[in-house]
Design a protein around this ligand. Structure first.
Ligand SMILES: Cc1ncc(C[n+]2csc(CCOP(=O)(O)OP(=O)(O)O)c2C)c(N)n1
Ligand SMILES: [Mg+2]
Length: 592
């Protein structure tokens, strides 16, 4: 049961905010994460005193950026939205970067806000004026799918039910709904019914047209060197077996771009971190929900930003995606324009089984295909096995003074592989995917989407919240710079007893930026020592054990010697498993 919860059996909404809480329950919104604010004190009171602090339950946060990022992680773990509530103008401004990440990552979140009173005659001097915008949604409109500010209590059900439906319709994305303080706080004068929510379900997934399916299947069946690139395909984890089936049918190697779990790394057709030679000779490329298809086909020189195609110009390209359904002009998250021979705007989760069926039919007519496919499968398998072997043999314990990144990944694996684990953060420089066995689609949730730092810790806590009460062990490989941005999220994890194993990749640097600085200095023949200025976090270095303990989180570290690593992770895991609490291991590791 939630903190401070009282079960309220029968209830009649008295205030506008009571109705909002009834709607949240009808929509099965489990949690509302927020830092408090007067503009939504009505909703806050209703959640606690009217709703009994269950469905939604308050998730108490110290910063809006991470309340939204928590909802981001939760949505990826569950496939459905929770609410993040932001105080008027100022709380929403804190939330904006996290909303941008969720937008780019195509994740549903119900972001709520308070404002006003819009009725100037009912405003307090100064603060109510300063914190009321016309209209508040303006600041996020370019990176939410829809925003609204219902005009009256009567408009509230339509607004929230519509918002929920829009957020959950593919391509999914956050919505923002703002409630005037008066609408929340005024008494309801007439009965307002909540309609049957089940009749407002998102529409069924979009299937591809027959002609395009046929063209795609013909290209794939006739291809000598096909390749599949999957990106957001795995957002629907149930669809993953369909990709395995298609890949196996035609022996097509698969590159997983990693924004979701798209393909098991143990599968012989997985060539994710060894795809170059396959891209180079590809005659047919099948893209599945690739956000940046051009980027997936080219190689970039980092300092000069020169891009060159790896795939031959003769390669035919099929792309199945809903990208076209959600394009805005403000940020270029639609990416570079890429020529496509068979563009299909549809939902891959229903297209893939259908495409496989058409391929299977065509294959019957292809004499000798079976033999060709079997030998292609064998060659790819050898390549795949060779890569896995090479990676596992390359793991060294130390690099200089630090623990090596592959060793960090492999020691962590040796501890958690006996568990039903979920990697709820990004991978550590791809070493998790290279060394662990990723077999189940729920095991990896992907990165931030918008590459805004400050996502990882908070989203990991949000995903772990989704798994609270289950036997899953949630693991967050946590960069130091990211933690520093939203460190107070640790308080939320401790306060709400959210079990999460946080293993730090502490390179004492905002290293990505340091690396850029190194490269630019090198290219200009300038001293590279300066790259540390404004990037290193080592003078003083942060004592993350103390930081975590200060927020009430169990912590061990700093661990700088390889032999100390496994016992430290085991200790922390015991806290996560036995006490059902978060625990942090501070690991001093090499930069990359
Ligand atoms: C909000 C935000 N600020 C700055 C950046 C630029 N940036 C990209 S990666 C990075 C370094 C992050 O450091 P850390 O989380 O420790 O990861 P590391 O690169 O060291 O592995 C920075 C500052 C960003 N992407 N987002
Ligand atoms: Mg770092």
């Amino acid at each position: 049961m939630a903190i401070g919860s009282k079960r309220v059996e029968k209830r009649q909404p008295k205030y506008g905010s009571d109705l909002i809480v009834d709607l949240m329950r009808a929509l099965d919104i489990e949690y509302a994460a927020f830092n408090p604010g007067a503009t939504f004190r009505g909703i806050h009171d209703s959640i606690v005193n009217y709703g009994g602090n269950t469905k939604p339950e308050v998730i108490f946060c110290c910063h809006e950026e991470y309340s939204v990022a928590m909802a981001h992680g939760y949505a990826k773990a569950t496939g459905k939205p929770m609410a993040a509530i932001t105080h008027d103008v100022v709380g929403l401004q804190h939330a904006t970067m996290a909303m941008f990440n969720a937008w780019c990552d195509r994740v549903p979140i119900i972001v709520m806000g308070g404002t006003g009173p819009m009725d100037t005659a009912r405003r307090r001097p100064r603060i109510d004026w300063q914190h009321t915008a016309l209209v508040q949604g303006n600041i996020v409109r370019d990176y939410v799918k829809w925003d609204d500010q219902p005009f009256s209590i009567r408009s509230v059900p339509e607004s929230l039910i519509r918002g929920y439906r829009i957020a959950m319709t593919e391509p999914k994305a956050p919505v923002y709904i703002c409630y005037d303080a008066d609408i929340q706080e005024d008494e309801i004068k007439e009965a307002i019914d909540i309609p049957d929510i089940t009749r407002f379900a998102p529409p069924s997934p979009l299937q591809a047209d027959r002609e395009s399916l046929q063209r795609a299947a013909e290209l794939l069946v006739k291809a000598k060197a096909p390749i599949i690139i999957a990106d957001y395909f795995g957002r629907n984890p149930r669809a993953v077996p369909a990709l395995v089936e298609l890949a196996e049918l035609l022996a097509i190697p698969v590159v997983d771009k990693g924004w979701r779990f798209n393909f098991p790394n143990t599968h012989p057709l997985d060539i994710t971190y060894g795809s170059k030679e396959y891209l180079r000779k590809a005659d047919v490329v099948l893209g599945l929900d690739v956000q940046d298809l051009y980027g997936a086909l080219v190689e970039v020189t980092r300092t000069t930003r020169v891009c060159e195609y790896v795939t031959p110009p003769t390669a035919r390209i099929i792309h199945i995606t809903l990208n076209e359904m959600l394009i805005r002009s403000w940020a270029g998250d639609y990416h570079a324009l890429q020529a496509v021979d068979v563009p299909i705007c549809a939902d891959t989760s229903v297209v893939l089984p259908e495409l496989t069926r058409v391929c299977r039919d065509l294959l019957k007519k292809e004499t000798g295909a079976k033999k060709v496919i079997a030998s292609r499968f064998q060659a790819i398998k050898e390549h795949h096995d060779g890569l896995r072997k090479k990676w596992s043999q390359s793991v060294q314990q130390q690099r200089g003074e630090c623990i090596s990144v592959p060793f960090l990944a492999s020691e962590l694996w040796s501890v958690i592989k006996k568990e039903d684990w979920v990697l709820v953060s990004r991978d550590v420089n791809n070493w998790g995917r290279k060394l662990w066995d990723w077999t189940q689609p729920y095991q990896y949730l992907g990165g931030s989407g918008g590459s805004g730092v400050g996502y990882t810790l908070s989203a990991a806590i949000g995903a772990a919240l989704a798994y609270r009460g289950s036997d899953k062990v949630c693991v967050d490989i946590q960069p130091d710079g990211d933690l520093l941005m939203t460190a107070s999220a640790l308080y939320t994890a401790a306060h709400h007893k959210i079990p999460l194993l946080i293993v730090m990749h502490n390179n004492r640097s905002f290293y990505n930026s340091e690396e850029h600085n190194l490269k630019i200095a090198q290219s200009r023949s300038r001293p590279v020592e300066g790259a540390a200025i404004g990037t290193h976090v080592d003078n003083p270095s942060v004592d993350f054990k103390k930081v975590a303990e200060g927020f009430g989180v169990y912590a061990v570290g700093p661990i700088g010697r390889g032999e100390d690593l496994r016992p430290a992770i085991e200790k922390a895991l015991a806290v996560v498993k036995n006490k059902k609490l978060p625990a942090l291991v501070d690991v001093i590791a090499e930069a990359r």
